[in-house]
Design a protein around this ligand. Structure first.
Ligand code: TMP
Length: 210
């Protein structure tokens, strides 16, 4: 595979979108071909699945159906967009990928890790990110930022304990994959976080090219 898959992960309200836009501009300035995409979503079909998943009225969605919908959106996204882009040598900057499922459906919803892993493998055809940036911050702070004055989407509306488990799930993943997952303190200023990300990406891309 010629391209590079960079995934951006973390709980709610970590400021991923701002940083993804900045990283995109930075990589373009460096002369790379880059696309920005997201999960769930990234293609018309996967975006329709996203609407179902985040609709706050879908309170009745059971955990296994939720997991399968995230994986269905992912399978479509990987097959239609990510794999062809990587084959053409593009850097794919993806807002969330399968680590989200390990953290939210595995740690958050208590679905067996082996089942999550099996489905992640099926949906991605075994594709793994080259570099993952994890935005870490306390869930109370993140939820305050993400929801503002609104009630929040279907996931944001979950109890704080759910979001605490998600955070722990992510930190455990980062421990297990120290070469791939780089944890960032999302409470730092926007400029400091941008600089941290550039440093990580610069050295990871150099290592990859060597
Ligand atoms: P966001 O990308 O705008 O933050 O919204 C996506 C929401 O879906 C977010 O609450 C995390 C959640 N999610 C999962 O629960 N599992 C997944 O596999 C993915 C990709 C996202």
């Amino acid at each position: 595979m010629k391209g590079t898959l960079i995934t951006i992960e973390g709980g709610e309200g970590g400021g991923k979108s701002t940083q993804i836009a900045r990283l995109h501009d930075y990589l373009i300035e460096q002369g790379h071909a880059v696309i920005v995409t997201r999960e769930p979503g990234g293609t018309p079909i996967a975006e329709r699945i996203r609407d179902l998943l985040l609709d706050p009225d879908n309170d009745d969605l059971v955990s296994m159906a939720e997991l399968l919908l995230y994986e269905a959106a992912r399978a479509q996204h990987v097959g239609e967009l990510i794999l062809p882009a990587l084959h053409s040598g593009t850097i794919v900057l993806c807002d969330r990928f399968y680590d989200s499922t390990v953290a939210y459906q595995g740690a958050g919803r208590h679905i067996a890790p082996a089942d999550v892993e099996t489905l992640n493998n099926l949906a991605t055809c075994g594709l793994e990110p080259d570099i993952t940036i994890l935005f870490d911050l306390p869930p109370e702070e993140g939820l305050k930022r993400a929801k503002g004055d609104t009630a929040g989407d279907r996931i944001e509306k979950e109890a704080i304990e759910f979001h605490e488990r998600v955070r722990e799930g992510y930190l455990k993943l980062a421990d297990e994959h120290p070469d791939r997952i780089h944890t960032i303190d999302a409470l730092k200023s926007i400029d400091e976080v941008s600089q941290d990300i550039r440093d990580i990406i610069d050295s990871a891309l150099v290592t990859q090219e060597a």
